[in-house]
Ligand binder design. Sequence first.
Ligand SMILES: [Zn+2]
Length: 510
Amino acid sequence: MPHTAPRIALAAFMLESNGHAAPAPKAEFEATCWLEGEALAADLAKPNPRAPSGLSGFIAGMAGGAWEPRYLLAASAGASGPVEQAVFDEIVTRIEAGLRAAMPVDGVYLCLHGAATATAEFDPDGVLLARVRAIVGPDIPIIGTLDLHANVSEAMVREADVLISYRTNPHVDMVERGTDAANTMRAMLGGMRPKAAFVKLPLIPPATSQNTDRGPYADIIAYGQSLIDHEILDVSVVSGFSVGDTPKNGMSVIVTARRDQARAEELAKGIAARLWAMRERFSIRLTPLDDATAMALAAGRNPSVQALLFADVADNPGGGGRGNTPFILRAFHAAGVEGAVFGIHNDAPLAAAAHAAGKGATIRARFNSAETQAFSESFEADAIVEALSDGEVVGRRGIYKGRSVSLGPTALLRIGGILVVVVSLRKQCAEPAMLEHLGIHLRAVRSLVVKSRGHFRAGFDDIFPREAIIEVDVPGLTAVVLTRVPYRNVPRPIWPLDLDMSWTVPGSHG
Ligand SMILES: [Zn+2]
């Protein structure tokens, strides 16, 4: 019997793979989201789902008309190293099996990050899209959303009909882009057959140069949006994941037209040329640790001056960092900084020791006792266990707003004039509830130290304006000084590793 309401398959695969972090086992996905079939449907019906926000946005966008969702698998992990090949193979196999069982479908929506690697595969996102395409055939729409940190490949663009990336960093438009995907799906179900153009640039902008409130990336995204008209459906200027290490590193421009391939090509080339010409604006400047320590000391001594937020941008779990390097903590503690809160430090054995000792106990806090990553050096100090929790929070601002987040067993430790939030599951400190649920009053904090590259900005901007943010220069797996990143696989020459290189947009004159 023919079905009238369109049947759309939904799946998610989200991983951002740091080229120099340890491989991600299945547990990394299970700690964030591994939901299949009915379990995925049930999660997405909740007010605070675990599944990626793009799926919620897509479902909201489809809700205006009759449709039949077919829930496959949502596998999402915090940024890590490459996914273990067997785990990626299982993800693909499960999505394929779910899709075959759902056939015939009228469309597929894939919520992707776009910067995954697997231990034996540089382009799992491209592989997944190709395997889905092989099942549905050339005529069924496949629409994907991408994180703007995606390292986009030719295969990804070829196998999908439309790829739509976020436009905000911090990413506060994940739901909206999912809704864009739904609107595009409806148009394709009505007969539209869009054409995409893709230009890859030999340009890796450092992670801290990619904010979208202002600066070069804000300007180029705004320019791209100014080109949207009756013919141009989407302009995605994808900054890429700077500490991935793949042949597909680098910025990408994807322009999707409703029908006119030539116009899409022309605009994509124009944006790429403009980006290349402005590349010097993506240079960065960090604050040395000694200067940051002096600033924290001063802020602690004078409660009448603006409180400061120190970003440990090189140990960002959101980019595959371990979330536990001790460099800033060690320096602030040695200097006697007062009124500082460190949120959040990933150390399950230390959190367990605090839980075993109990609230009010004094313990010898041994940081990183079970850690193997070289940057995660040990640090010891006497600490008082101030508070304990199970680490289950619901986000209230920024990228985690409305989402359920698990930190695992969590402890608040006092070390001299410093409070340290110790968690058991590696997460980026981008959400006030991660600290507030332990009784921390953020407005009373003099120095807040977060292990985050930039998503913290959307979580804490009511208390810490742009001028109060200090990006500290310490070592780590998510270094933003790219000459320090031990790349092996990125294509050369590439900016800023090869500063005096020249480049012209392929197929253009000049
Ligand atoms: Zn991102």
